[in-house]
Design a protein around this ligand. Structure first.
Ligand code: GLU
Length: 294
């Protein structure tokens, strides 16, 4: 009995030493912040990234609550936190993430051409995008809405653009820009497109446009930063399930991200990520959405 215990203790000690040695692979020198050599399938993206102890992630830099680059120099928000959960599972320290600003219209391109390893950027899963890339998730469901000036009483929903008089701003390559075309009378004169939503917000504040349309949670971020100026006009009128964009053919990596999301749903880290970020701006998190392993 006693011998068995001693043997078990010795085995545990050896294991601990082994793990420590694994973690100390030289590539996380000086960080001490979570680098860990993990064993992944040979040739997989997970193995490549873990060996490199580095990862490039595409996200937004102008969206409060999801991906906003502020004084810290690093983006902050729910997308950023979800990405960090994935990076941790890959055994890569947080400070080895290279954040790449990824406006809506370049998201598929940067995945296809390998500029980034994944995209977490309020990225709606849809079939058109799935022709070029693949999505893990969803990890959240937003919905399209409209931002107006706080004293506006004329715009109450997407059909308020039908009379052809009001200008609405959105972002090139986004699903809301496509959707709102169905509601305006004249796309050429009413729809103003920029590459990032902060430019739309500034145009609304400056009176060049009458409204901004995109996902409710992005607009709630702008309201939270400037409550005196803005409000939402009406209810959400689409469903925008957010996914993590990866290379189309990389099913192993997509499965890994899906597994990681499911783990984050059950261990509380997904909820914590929300509560620490976009959850402060009034939107509901809801139940974890079922990941879609198509
Ligand atoms: N979720 C929408 C999309 O993926 C709008 C937000 C965005 O442009 O990032 O197009």
């Amino acid at each position: 009995m006693r011998m068995k215990r001693v043997a078990a203790l010795a085995a545990a000690a050896t294991l601990a030493l082994g793990l420590a040695a694994c973690g100390d692979n030289g590539s996380d020198e000086g960080t001490g912040s979570g680098g860990e050599s993990k064993s992944f399938a040979a040739g997989s993206t997970m193995e490549r990234l873990n060996k490199a102890q580095a990862i490039k992630i595409g996200t937004k830099f102008d969206q409060p609550g999801f991906g906003l680059k502020g004084l810290s120099g690093k983006p902050e928000g729910f997308d950023v936190e979800v990405a960090k959960i994935i990076v941790k599972e890959l055994g890569i320290p947080e400070d080895k993430i290279e954040w790449v600003e990824t406006p809506s219209k370049v998201r598929e391109d940067v995945i296809v051409n390998g500029t980034v390893d994944l995209v977490a950027a309020t990225y709606t899963i849809n079939d058109t995008r799935k022709e070029r890339i693949a999505f893990a998730g969803p990890y959240y469901e937003a919905g399209q809405n409209i931002l107006v000036k706080k004293d506006d009483t004329t715009i109450t929903g997407p059909d308020s653009f039908k009379d052809g008089t009001k200008k609405v701003c959105s972002v090139t390559g986004s699903t809301p820009a496509e959707e709102i075309k169905k509601h305006v009378k004249d796309v050429a004169t009413q729809l103003v497109l920029f590459d990032t939503y902060d430019k739309c917000r500034d145009a609304l504040k400056g009176g060049q446009v009458d409204a901004v349309t995109t996902d409710n949670v992005i607009l709630l971020g702008y309201i939270a930063k400037d409550e005196a100026s803005f409000k939402l006009a009406g209810e959400n009128f689409t469903k925008e399930p957010y996914g993590i964009g990866v290379k189309k053919e990389d099913t192993d990596f997509r499965n890994f991200v899906n597994d990681t999301l499911e783990k984050a749903y059950s261990d509380g880290s997904w909820k914590k990520a929300w509560d620490d970020t976009a959850g402060k701006f009034g939107a509901e998190l809801g139940n974890p959405p079922a990941v879609n392993r198509y």
